[in-house]
Design a protein around this ligand. Sequence first.
Ligand SMILES: [Zn+2]
Length: 430
Amino acid sequence: MRPFWPTGRRGQQIFLMKRHSSSLASLVRWLDEIGRMTDEPGRLTRTFLSPAMRRANTRVGQWMRAAGLTVREDAVGNLIGRLESTAPGAKTLLLGSHLDTVRDAGRFDGALGVLLPIAALAELKRRGAALPFAVEVLGFSEEEGVRFASAYLGSKGYAGKLRAADLKFRDTKGVSVGDALRMLGKGKFSIPAAAHRSRALIGYLEVHIEQGPVLEAKKLSVGVVSAIAGQTRGRLTFTGKAGHAGTTPMNLRRDALTGAAELVLFAETLARGCEPLVATVGTVAVSPGAPNVIPGEVTLSLDVRHPHDASRRAALKLLLDVAKKIGRQRKLAVAWQATQDNGAVACSPELTARLEESVRTVQRRSLALVSGAGHDAVVISSLTPVAMLFVRCREGLSHHPDEFASSADLDVALRVVVDFLTRLAANTTS
Ligand SMILES: [Zn+2]
């Protein structure tokens, strides 16, 4: 096994920088090519096990092979590129993200986290550096929940977390997840066990665009995720009494909408004062919904997120208590129905500290960020410790065709991952 290169020698660093640019050029070219693989002409849409997904797996598999990886697909359509290590007792480091997209998507969400690790490994191969651990680059087949309205099918399959209930979801054509997977397996499918035993793994690193505006505001190319926020979603209903808008005096009204409005404003005030809490009312349904009728019933959606579960629960309790208080004052009935409740995921302190070191080396300054959005790392955290690197995207825009990360920022992210692998290797051999 060849040792890692010294990093303190100026001449060699310059040499490496020059070589680095060809990996960056490959990454940019790959993102471009994969960004044109779509199921819908004129816009990027690539869903679970679709023809475009099949083409994407084939093409990304070719790039993996060229970087020295052996390639396979598992029973749920995940693309897995593996680089073995000759080191005795070598554990495996996982790197990856998802290859499916939302409808009318951008080119970077998901694909970046699959393609950048391949470029990093290609770079190490060019340098002739062997790693003292095996690496698996994972292109998860499903994360966005577009086809079956159920997210994380790919990473759940890989982590051994797929359940019989997951196979029952149906797409708009009536095809179930189980049917689709049996088609993929040419008639055969059984729920896979976890791809690895936890102790055989070092951890999981996911590179992803930020999908938010913080890095742009801080003028930084990349940041390190400290935790993925937990989230509670539900429906809050205020019920009063509908009545004539012209004949009912103001003091005799039981207006459900004015009560709901108080709660909406309270949610904003609360979250503004309790960073990093975020609270959002995204939908409001007013009944009966006529200009000359006092609103009798209002149902609003409430989405509450925080990196600490106890703080999220406390915020939710306060919001519901205030809703009830508003209800008492305004003679409205208040009902809450939770529809989703996911705990927060803390990133691994060890992997994150190492990633921060690499970020400081490449970018001088490291910034810790909380991910408000869910990622494959949420599911993989049940298998092994996780870390995440966020890359700045223009105006924080994502899930949109104008989603954009600059080549300069991709270069920084690529250097960080190469440095991270290098440091991890140096630490593993010492
Ligand atoms: Zn994503």
